[in-house]
Write a protein that binds this ligand. Structure first.
Ligand SMILES: [Fe+2]
Ligand SMILES: [Fe+2]
Length: 155
């Protein structure tokens, strides 16, 4: 199990809350795999991940556009690549391939190579430029609301 650590924070609470969701998804996948629920392990995580990507990446990129972040194009390309990989895994899962390990590896890499490192760079840039992103608004809590309140996502 992966525990969220302060050092993973990029200093923008609204983005950190979404990133925490990613850790929860990775842990959910890990638990289901340990219980050998391989197929069941993957489907809800993939569905949540497609929803996550759609909303989180849009929001993160909108902040970059708003504040004129110079690495926007590179960052957007990273997001696009991740979406493509998730879509590929979803397609393989749909064709009855076991993608649990591949998904876990992708998520693990994404957390450290993107969230902590590349998103972290955005957080550092915001701080260096003394830009503060408003904290939570009650209407927008974590990226994934409880399942019974979730709107369908079109990834
Ligand atoms: Fe992010
Ligand atoms: Fe990002």
């Amino acid at each position: 199990m992966l525990v969220w650590r302060k050092k993973y924070s990029i200093g923008v609470s609204r983005l950190d809350a979404d990133h925490l969701t990613l850790v929860s998804l990775l842990n959910q996948l890990h638990i289901n795999m340990a219980e050998e629920l391989s197929r069941e392990a993957v489907e809800p995580v993939l569905a949540a991940l497609q929803c996550y990507s759609e909303h989180h990446f849009d929001f993160e990129e909108s902040l970059m556009v708003k504040f004129g972040y110079p690495e926007l194009d590179f960052h957007r390309a990273c997001h696009d690549s991740f979406c493509r990989q998730v879509t590929e895994l979803a397609r393989d899962a749909h064709a009855n391939h076991d993608v649990a390990r591949g998904l876990r590896a992708l998520l693990g890499r994404w957390l450290f190579d993107h969230v902590v490192t590349v998103d972290g760079r955005f957080g550092t840039w915001l701080k260096a430029n003394r830009i503060t992103v408003p904290t939570f608004h009650r209407s927008r809590r974590a990226i994934l609301p409880p399942a019974d309140q979730r709107q369908p996502c079109h990834a």
